[in-house]
Design a protein around this ligand. Sequence first.
Ligand code: NAP
Ligand code: MG
Length: 514
Amino acid sequence: MSLTTPGGDTVADYKMLIGGELCDATSGETFETFEPATGEKIADVPKAGKEDAVRAIEAARKAFDEGPWPKMSGKERADKLRKIVEVIGAHAAELSEIETRDGGGTIRKAQLADVPGAQQSFEWFAKMAEEQPTEVELTGSPLPPSENYLRYEPLGVCSGVIPWNFPLIMASWKIAPALAAGNTSVLKPASFTSLSALLMAQFINEECDLPPGVLNVISGPGGTVGEELASNPLVDKTAFTGSTEVGRRIMQLASATVKPVTLELGGKSANIVLDDADLDVAAAGVLWGTFMHGGQVCESGTRALVQRGIYDEFVSLLADRAGKIQLGNPLDFETDLGPLVSRSQVQTVERYVASGREEVGEPVTGGAKPEGLPAGLDRDCFFQPTIFTDVDNEAKIAQEEIFGPVLCVIPFETDEEAVALANDSIYGLGGGVQSSNLDRAKKVAAAMRTGTVWINDYHLISPERPFGGYKQSGIGRELGTFGYNIYRQVKHVHVNTGEGRDTHFHYQLLSANI
Ligand code: NAP
Ligand code: MG
């Protein structure tokens, strides 16, 4: 098997992983994936069909029902997960380069966040496998003399479907907790960005000695492969990260077999700047909270709610500093903002910006594709950081998720009004409060209907803390202890420890004659 290291002109040989074997699609079909920075094709990717999804699910089923993985101790599984951490580290250069070339963003983000972020997920869930009990004794039962205990058991086959914005980290969020808890996994990355997950699976397969079928990664269209992963009766749980629209579909499909689902969906988060905030730090925080990875982050704070007394000063700080964000070659470590994931994503952003111009007015900065990019870059995949001010929260650009570098600045008078505006959204994923008065900030945070609130900060997600959404931003939480236990069943075992019929007095509820 030849794997061409990314970085040259060669088109690499990317394979899927099913049942411990690297393979192509049964049909032999492939699809092309592009490097948004240059607009050039970088690889042909196996295009799985329904039959390949079924093959992967059956391999995972067999590995769960007949293989050693679910029966291994937590410590044994933790050791395997730590080997994965090591292998990702050993291939950090290839993985971060392919993450950037296939999905846009910057090499800085890939090296400092994506690769270490994936490692941290595997490390955290290794710790969970080691430390979380698999049996817990219950005491204090008022019933007949008995011993009662809980057993935590793996669920079985867990499928995962992920979006294109953080392919490696998203893959690790689905694979690591599933494997740590003793499940087997089938993962489908997004079609725009399949390469890093395929490459990681390949490295794991070659270097980690997992039993075959424990990890399966297949690439192909969501409409066929993703739907099979959500609906197949052999799958015990499905975890999805992506748009709210597809999340609804996943939930419908999973309902046929009453499969538990975890959904991490869209957002339109508010970053509230109170009038006592340190404006210098808050302005940097709002820009970081919005424009990191070009706003292609589900919990981006794309609505900045700014209190009237500081509004004008704050807006000019934002506009001035946004203009200093450097767009350029994503493989250059100095670049702040690389390309968005695709030309079609830039076109979506352009449509929203046109709608903003119509409904709100001219943006104070940005609003177009950049001029003066270095030669060889595809301008059609880039977009300037764009800020609309005096936005009405009812405007389309303030209500709908754009998934691009567009910030809406919205004025407010009182803390109550800020909370009402923040909560006036179908979403509830993230949010921020910028203030020098922590009591005040915590009151505002408590009133926000959202899964995460950062006070005087933004975007900090780490595997130790749960992440997920209120309202149409999703169901359930990933990460943390909570994100481990959703990959486990709970079984209650009751042992009658009494002797003779007297300890079974309740049988007479049926009949005294039995
Ligand atoms: P998407 O269109 O919903 O796609 C996500 C994944 O679902 C892709 O792998 C896609 O496959 C697959 N898919 C598409 N249609 C499907 C179907 N009918 N059944 C099963 N799977 C299907 O989302 P995206 O455009 O990739 O990502 C952007 C969205 O993800 C944004 O809304 C963002 O907020 C959300 N997001 C949320 C979080 C979070 O944690 N809450 C994190 C990141 C992103 P194809 O690629 O083959 O179409
Ligand atoms: Mg690509």
